[in-house]
Write a protein that binds this ligand. Structure first.
Ligand code: PLP
Length: 373
């Protein structure tokens, strides 16, 4: 393990050195980092574009900044935002390195530069990923990292906002200093939101998710004062230690990924989504074949969830959770197809050496149960 100091300055210095950015401010979570970034750009009531296969925190950060999200489709290879689907230039664009895969930042940056659109690079799920050998997080006006639950460095919560422009620093510093501290009641509200999201998803997973927004959106928009908070200093030790161990963490993930990938390659009707160059294995994602379709995916998902074995089908199009029938529903066919066919398996240290066999055995069982019925 590399030497580390359990201080905010050491963590900020680590991230600045990793990305080559000039400034780094730690905040309570990645959502806060995103909303502060957008707010500091100085507009409100404007469209902010983002890919549609992300967690709800990303569009919520846009709403919290006083703006509204525009959902774009994604590139099937990188699963990152497909800027060719932009119908109009937004006021800002958030490029997300989804599933640990770096998206095509060169192309995205070119489009943003041409349209005069400020770019925010969301590295929440891709700490350690590289583009042409250099860490993600150095492009655009801002970059954002998260140390929240389930991230590459998972410390419960924590986020970082990085940028280069000295003229922005005063504004960011003031906003960071004005953030409230995390309280028990805020945590409870966030837990409640996450539980509601899971319940809605579980209720609608086999059906049409378009009813979900009417229930989820009002609750989600009401939690702003609980979701934006300052860095929680009780996380310093855990984040600093995990950053010092990042290389080891990534190597272990790669080993688990390779073992699981080999096991799954022997099963029919599943295609492992290849990691793109410079990716970090956040999860191992597979797509079930189009012929088998969503019911097969859902059977596998439910089989494991009923047995409390970690697996997910993230991310269904997030617009389903935040748009209501009042607006025209957006159309992002690739994000929708990924949402219908994807399964994500764990490659972090939450799973032990028997996980790959458990997954393969479970999928075979689902296949035989389906053949019998
Ligand atoms: C791509 C992406 N961006 C931002 C966030 C928000 O991070 P946090 O959970 O720390 O608020 C997440 C979290 O789930 C995420 O996956």
């Amino acid at each position: 393990m590399n030497k580390y100091y359990p201080t905010v300055d050491w963590i900020s210095g680590f991230l600045r050195e990793l990305t080559g950015r000039r400034y780094c401010y730690l905040v309570g979570n990645g959502t806060t980092a995103l909303s502060l970034a957008i707010r500091s750009l100085g507009f409100s009531g404007q469209p902010v574009a983002l890919p549609n296969n992300v967690c709800y925190n990303v569009p919520l950060a846009v709403y919290f900044s006083g703006n509204f999200p525009v959902y774009l489709d994604v590139d099937a290879r990188t699963m990152g935002v497909d800027v060719s689907t932009l119908a109009h230039m937004p006021a800002a664009l958030i490029a997300v390195h989804a599933y640990g895969n770096p998206c095509d930042m060169q192309m995205i940056q070119n489009v943003c530069a041409k349209g005069g659109v400020p770019l925010i690079e969301d590295c929440a799920a891709a700490l350690g990923a590289t583009i042409s050998g250099k860490s993600v997080g150095k492009t655009g006006v801002f970059s954002v990292f998260s140390f929240g639950h389930g991230k590459i460095v998972s410390a419960g919560h924590g986020g970082a906002l990085l940028f280069d422009e000295p003229a922005i620093e005063r504004n960011i510093k003031d906003q960071v200093e004005g953030l409230p501290s995390l309280s028990e009641s805020m945590l409870q509200k966030l837990g409640n939101l996450s539980m509601t999201h899971t319940q809605i998803y579980n209720r609608y997973v086999g059906q049409d998710l378009s009813e979900a927004g009417a229930i989820f959106r009002p609750l989600a928009l009401s939690v702003r004062s609980s979701m934006e908070f300052r860095f929680d200093s009780s996380r310093v030790e855990s984040i600093a230690r995990s950053l010092a161990e990042l290389d080891q963490n990534l190597n272990e993930r790669r080993q688990r990924y390779a073992g699981l990938s080999e096991t799954l390659a022997e099963l029919p009707d599943l295609e492992v989504c290849p990691l793109t160059a410079g990716a970090v294995p956040w999860r191992l994602s597979v797509l079930v074949s189009k012929e088998r379709g969503k019911p097969f995916r859902n059977d596998i998902l439910n089989f494991f969830l009923e047995r409390k074995i970690p697996v997910s089908s993230w991310f269904p199009p997030v617009s389903n959770f935040l748009e209501t029938a009042k607006e025209p529903f957006c159309k992002t066919p690739i994000a929708a197809a990924i949402g219908d066919h994807i399964l994500n398996f764990w490659v972090d240290n939450q799973v032990g050496p028997g996980y790959a066999a458990q997954i393969a055995g479970g999928i075979q069982k689902v296949i035989s149960l389906r053949a019998e019925s």
